[in-house]
Design a protein around this ligand. Structure first.
Ligand code: SF4
Length: 374
């Protein structure tokens, strides 16, 4: 199986913490959409006929700035050029400040069956600090509007470890998300990305970032609370009610192929990874000149595939030890026996039905454990 990603590189306003490629503008969407169509057609000619895709994800940027007609036009082009599973999952990332019921009904009519809202917090002062364009009330309305438009499969992105955030304030966010009937939650801690306004504010001492212990405490609280409410943690930061796991997310974590379109989009097909230019201007010029908008690429070595397998699987559903041996010709447990057995004794790893998995305690130090496995 494989997934498709479409990057829409526009935002009404840049958030202070964001390092995704997007530009603040009321831009000429038509020029971008024409080039996107051309890129999809160029790429389709290069792919083997017969490959089927099981998910389409519109990310960004703010895909919900597009009208239903614009989004539907992209979907028509994709359907004309690629084959899809009959139950294809089609997700649109939405900023709550950019939608209304007519837009969401239009998306649904175009085939969209999953929405992902960048809510981040239900507290007005957090939203102001993060420079989000929406209010807490708009976020609540957006989710109710999604349900009213007939889309029940809804993810909320929420952010913890915000400056001054107490466990009580974080719990209030989780409780509000639950009360709204969300089926999926992505809970990330605030990270300071280099080059962002937030990084400069932290460097100047204008913002204090909570210490690691309080980040870990909020993460543990999240895992325990959402598990008590029936959500399954199927990746470090992602929780779903049964049957609402994102097929598109699973594509990445299972190391399956994905094909991306638009500025800065990444793709991995048949062991080759490439990435598009992170500049709308260059993207448009390349496509108009009849060139693919790639800015770089590489063939993935066996070592890279192996270490990515460890990292991606351990963060999500665990590593099947027999599958690992079949794929890479080495016995992961035997090669790391002392370390793995020590982590098992310390309650950070378990082997369950020949699958090596992180426990909740292990999830707190996931990156460190992945780095040790050879
Ligand atoms: S709306 Fe999303 S993509 Fe746009 S700047 Fe904010 S976080 Fe980044």
């Amino acid at each position: 199986m494989a997934g498709l990603y479409v990057h829409i590189p526009f935002c009404e306003k840049k958030c202070i913490y964001c390092d995704f490629y997007s530009i603040e503008s009321v831009h000429d969407y038509d020029a971008f959409l024409a080039s996107l169509t051309t890129e999809i057609e160029m790429r389709a000619r290069l792919l083997p006929v017969g490959r089927s895709f099981h998910s389409i994800f519109f990310g960004g940027g703010t895909p919900s700035l597009l009208s239903p007609a614009q989004l539907g036009g992209i979907l028509e082009t994709l359907h004309a050029r690629f084959r899809f599973d009959p139950l294809v999952e089609i997700t649109v990332e939405c900023n709550p400040g950019t939608i209304d019921v007519d837009k969401l009904r239009g998306y649904r009519a175009a085939g969209v069956n999953r929405l992902s809202f960048g809510v981040q917090s239900f507290h007005a002062d957090d939203l102001e600090f993060l420079s989000r364009i929406h209010t807490a009330e708009e976020a609540e309305t957006a989710i109710r509007t999604a349900h009213g438009a007939g889309i029940k499969n809804v993810n909320l992105d929420l952010m913890f470890s915000l400056p001054g955030q107490t466990p009580e304030r974080w719990m209030a966010n989780l409780e509000r998300a639950r009360a709204l009937g969300t089926t999926h939650l992505s809970c990330y801690s605030l990270t300071i990305e280099q080059g962002t306004p937030l990084a400069r504010m932290v460097a100047r001492g204008m913002v204090g970032i909570p210490p690691e212990e309080s980040d870990a405490a909020l993460f543990e609280l999240t895992m325990q609370t959402l598990s008590d409410w029936g959500f399954r943690q199927y990746e470090v930061s992602n929780y779903a009610l049964p049957g609402f796991e994102s097929r598109h997310n699973l594509t990445y974590w299972r190391h399956e192929d994905y094909l991306g379109f638009g500025p800065s989009a990444h793709s991995t097909i048949h062991g080759r990874r490439w990435w598009n230019v992170s500049s709308l201007q260059t993207y448009l010029e390349r496509i108009r000149g009849g060139q693919l908008p790639e800015s770089g690429g590489e063939f993935l070595s066996a070592d890279t595939l192996r270490s990515e397998h460890i990292f991606l699987r351990l963060r999500s559903e665990g590593i099947s030890l027999p599958d690992f041996t079949r794929l890479y010709g080495s016995d992961l447990h035997a090669d790391n026996r002392d370390f793995i057995d020590r982590c098992i004794a310390d309650g950070m790893l378990v082997i369950d039905s020949e699958r090596l998995k992180l426990t909740r305690k292990g999830l707190l130090v996931c990156d460190e454990i992945c780095a040790e496995l050879k």
